[in-house]
Design a protein around this ligand. Structure first.
Ligand SMILES: C[S@@+](CC[C@H](N)C(=O)[O-])C[C@H]1O[C@@H](n2cnc3c(N)ncnc32)[C@H](O)[C@@H]1O
Length: 191
């Protein structure tokens, strides 16, 4: 997808809902940061003095993200979250926003998050999730194959919360919003 199109398509939902939630979530950043699937760099405005490694495999989105660095200590690295070129225990905070729905293997990505994040480091998450209502979940399942084609591989029906739990991250705080369809959560990396 063209990068400018992504920002344009998202602009209304960002203004109404996501921008505020990003701001609250990213107040919890500590130390050296890695972000998975940074896209067009929508989170960069919330990074101040932090040293940030932004992982993004899509070259077109990365070019747009570069424009948002604005002299900050942010480096964009072309890599997949499932196979990161970093040593164990390198980062204090892992940020993932609207990317666990898209990353082809979210289990592997969170395994990598666990590995590169220091013990007791933080995992900060902003994601839409599987709906607990059976009818709405059924609809998510039906829509996902078509939605994926137009929304960069995004799965509406990912059970992200359970994928996080399966990787042994301990909940510090969790807020549901937009009719329980989204979560904003902070988790501790237990090793
Ligand atoms: C819906 S966009 C979200 C962008 C941004 N994080 C946000 O909050 O708006 C999903 C992002 O995940 C990235 N992505 C897809 N597969 C990935 C992978 N294997 N590893 C890391 N990022 C990936 C996409 O290129 C895209 O930038």
């Amino acid at each position: 997808m063209k990068a400018y199109l992504y920002d344009k398509l998202m602009s209304k939902v960002e203004k109404k809902m996501l921008h505020k939630e990003r701001g609250i979530l990213l107040k919890n950043i500590e130390g050296r940061v890695i972000e998975f699937g940074a896209g067009t760099g929508v989170n960069f405005e919330f990074y101040s003095k932090h040293r940030v490694t932004a992982v993004e495999p899509d070259k077109v989105l990365s070019v747009e993200a570069e424009k948002k660095i604005c002299g900050k200590n942010i480096e964009i690295v072309s890599a997949s979250a499932e196979d990161l070129p970093f040593d164990d225990n390198t980062f204090d905070t892992v940020v993932i926003t609207l990317a666990l729905c898209t990353i082809p293997n979210p289990y592997k990505a969170l395994k990598e998050a666990k590995r590169v994040c220091k013990p007791n480091g933080k995992l900060l998450i902003l994601e839409h999730i599987k709906n607990e209502n059976k009818i709405l979940f059924f609809l998510q399942n039906i829509l996902t194959p078509v939605w994926k084609i137009f929304a960069m591989g995004c799965h509406l029906n990912r059970d992200t919360l359970n994928i996080i739990k399966a990787n042994d991250f301990e909940k510090i705080s969790l807020k549901y919003f937009f009719g329980d369809n989204f979560i904003r959560g902070t988790f501790k990396n237990i090793k």
